[in-house]
Design a protein around this ligand. Structure first.
Ligand code: XIL
Length: 424
């Protein structure tokens, strides 16, 4: 089915080079309603409303453009990673956020190294701005992330143990204090927490260890003597549940959608924890993928497999927490890639197929939200990772925050040929 519509799109693009298509009337420009008055400077009027712009190269906040969140209303929440400075009405992006999304996560400012840089020090300013924004907009808020091996303060792992390392007790106490402080502070405001992030090994062996930069298992180890070292994860979920019994508690990781060995280890471990009664409400598949990897079928199979854990917890759900589609393959070190018509077509088809699949899974009750890791191409972390200073284009809005053909491919495939005609 997928192949058919991509093929049809290519055919249409060929046709377009010889004949002009009349524009479908599914989208009509509305009057800008902008007033010339200088005194009237409400934020809505700062949206670029360039009448000379073609209809299909619209700014993400333009009144004539549809909203992703509204499009999927009742099916799933649609969100994005943001930074606290963007949550002010003066920021250019503010109108885009409130128009296009109904779920948010802070990209960096709620990570332990930012929040808890020294013993007893809690920096909650960005988190409080975020919580306030959530209250004002009614959006779902994700807290990212309580326990991780990266972007954690070094002092957590230092102490009175061997070689100046924290002891098991010291690290557990710090983890408990941190989770309790944060989750209690945001009780009723942050709806969903990534309680533990990236706990699994890339070599499929199970949990990430010191060879992959995580000291959690080597310091905390096997507390209950059951032969597994999932104890730090279990404790983290218990602490979070105690601090906010209503919050949705998630275990988040990457490559589950495309690495069957990692997926199997992850699935078996989560299953074992659920069997023991650990309060895990769902899993986050980050979704840092590229144009060709993985297949949509593989992604969908991972969602289905993980959602089958509903058997142990009726509320269990899967979320796509950090979606972006790199235009570079993993291992490609180049800095630039031409975003020509073919690439934009592939990119649009990729996003459309993914969102068709996500909506299908959401309708089945397997998925409740999809968040992209950023809003527009210029703000993506993939401009600096894994290759610094490259020009990537992994999101739905371009560097001018205009909707790319991929946005229209998700929203309304009928208008795509016309979008492409103007995009060229
Ligand atoms: C990334 C941020 O986007 C970057 O700005 C930061 O320098 C490093 O972290 N998986 C995660 C996110 O769970 O927290 C990461 O965010 C991207 C990969």
């Amino acid at each position: 089915m997928k192949k058919h519509w991509i093929f049809a799109l290519f055919l249409t693009l060929l046709l377009l080079s010889s004949c002009a298509l009349s524009r479908p009337d599914t989208i009509q420009p509305q009057s800008s309603g902008a007033s010339d008055s200088d005194s009237d400077t409400d934020a809505a009027q700062q949206i670029p409303e360039d009448a000379a712009q073609p209809l299909y190269r619209l700014h993400a906040a333009d009144q004539r453009i549809p909203s992703l969140a509204e499009h999927f209303d009742g099916v799933m929440k649609i969100g994005a990673a943001v930074n606290a400075w963007q949550l002010s009405e003066n920021a250019d992006i503010y109108q885009v956020l409130t128009k296009q999304y109904n779920a948010f996560v802070l990209e960096n400012e709620m990570k332990p190294e930012r929040v808890n840089p020294a013993p007893g020090v809690y920096r909650l300013d960005a988190g409080d701005t975020f919580a306030q924004f959530g209250e004002e907009t009614g959006a779902v808020l994700r807290g990212h992330t309580l326990v991780w091996h990266s972007q954690v303060p070094a002092w957590w792992f230092e102490g009175s143990g061997e070689d100046g390392r924290a002891t098991q007790e010291e690290l557990l106490t710090r983890m408990e204090e941190y989770i309790t402080t944060l989750v209690t502070h945001y009780r009723g405001k942050i709806d969903t927490w990534d309680v533990v992030n990236e706990a699994f090994s890339d070599n499929g062996s199970g949990l990430r260890g010191a060879d992959e930069n995580s000291l959690w298992t080597s310091i905390i180890g096997d507390l209950d003597g059951d032969g597994s070292e999932t104890d730090y994860i279990e404790q983290a979920f218990y602490f979070a549940r105690a601090a906010d019994p209503e919050a949705q508690l998630i275990l988040n990781d990457y490559n589950l959608e495309g690495d069957p060995v990692k997926l199997e280890a992850f699935y078996q471990t989560v299953k074992a924890m659920l069997e023991k009664g650990v309060p895990i409400d769902g899993v986050g598949i980050q979704g840092h993928i590229n144009l060709g990897w993985p297949s949509v079928e593989s992604f969908e199979a991972a969602i289905e497999k993980l959602a089958s854990l509903k058997e142990y917890n009726p509320d269990f759900v899967v979320q796509i927490t950090e979606l972006d589609v790199s235009i570079f393959e993993w291992g490609d070190e180049s800095l630039e890639k031409e975003t020509d018509l073919i690439l934009q077509t592939q990119f649009a088809a990729r996003y459309a197929d993914l969102f068709d699949m996500f909506a299908r899974q959401a309708e089945k009750g397997n998925l409740d939200m999809v968040l992209t890791w950023g809003v527009y191409d210029g703000g993506s972390w993939l401009n600096n990772y894994p290759v610094e200073g490259r020009t990537n284009a992994p999101l739905l809005f371009d560097r001018d925050m205009k909707a790319k053909p991929a946005f229209w491919a998700i929203i309304d495939r009928e208008v795509l040929p016309a979008v492409f005609e103007e995009w060229r």
